[in-house]
Design a binder for this molecule. Structure first.
Ligand code: ASP
Length: 199
């Protein structure tokens, strides 16, 4: 039904006055929304920490849904004594475990960034009795930075598909992408499921 759908959207694009050269790009943006939440934690040369999480980039959200991003302690938490953490993924699950705050508090009690992040992921899994069939419809990536510069990127699953593992971007003089450490090996399922979109 893609042809039909695209044709209908072309008519809408004409009606709302989108110029012909921009129509396909506009349609693609509706079909594959260029959205997505991202977190960034930073440590400057003075040892000051900061953290930010963009307000939820989830496509087709229920009107009024906030997600975890704007909730301090869930999508983002930073303090000047211990470190900073943030999240992208299934917001409701993250709110239930106060993910970012849990991670910073874990580090306060001596866990490494990796252990602290893994513990928060395990709390999400525990809420589903570790049932992977249900957990497959959830995913979570945590970005963790400690006050001394130690960091970790962890995720519930390896990635959304086998060829695209979850990764975090690091800049500590050199820029690079690093694959997250996953609690479960395998891919998560998108929910609600999306049909393949033609190239
Ligand atoms: N965490 C966001 C939310 O649940 C979604 C995302 O990370 O893209 O609203």
């Amino acid at each position: 039904m893609w042809q039909q759908r695209i044709h209908k959207m072309e008519q809408t694009a004409v009606r709302v006055g989108i110029e012909p050269e921009f129509r396909m790009a506009a349609i693609r943006r509706v079909l594959v929304p260029p959205t997505g939440t991202i977190h960034c934690s930073a440590l400057n040369e003075k040892g000051e920490m900061s953290g930010t999480t963009t307000t939820s980039g989830l496509a087709w959200k229920i009107p009024g849904r906030l997600g975890d991003s704007p909730i301090i302690g869930a999508g983002c938490y930073t303090d000047q004594d211990i470190g900073s953490a943030g999240a992208t993924g299934s917001g409701e699950e993250n709110i239930k475990v106060s993910g970012a705050h849990t991670i910073v508090e874990n580090m306060r009690r001596g866990m490494s960034p990796l252990e602290a992040g893994m513990d928060a992921l395990k709390r999400i899994a525990r809420n589903y009795n570790n049932d992977r069939n249900r957990l497959r419809f959830i995913d979570m990536t945590y970005y963790v930075l400690r006050k001394d510069g130690a960091y970790a990127g962890v995720s519930l699953w390896t990635g959304y598909d086998p060829t695209t593992p979850h990764r975090i971007a690091i800049h500590d003089g050199t820029r690079r992408l690093e694959q997250t450490v996953a609690l479960f090996q395998g891919t998560s399922n998108e929910w609600p499921p999306m049909p393949d979109i033609p190239k």
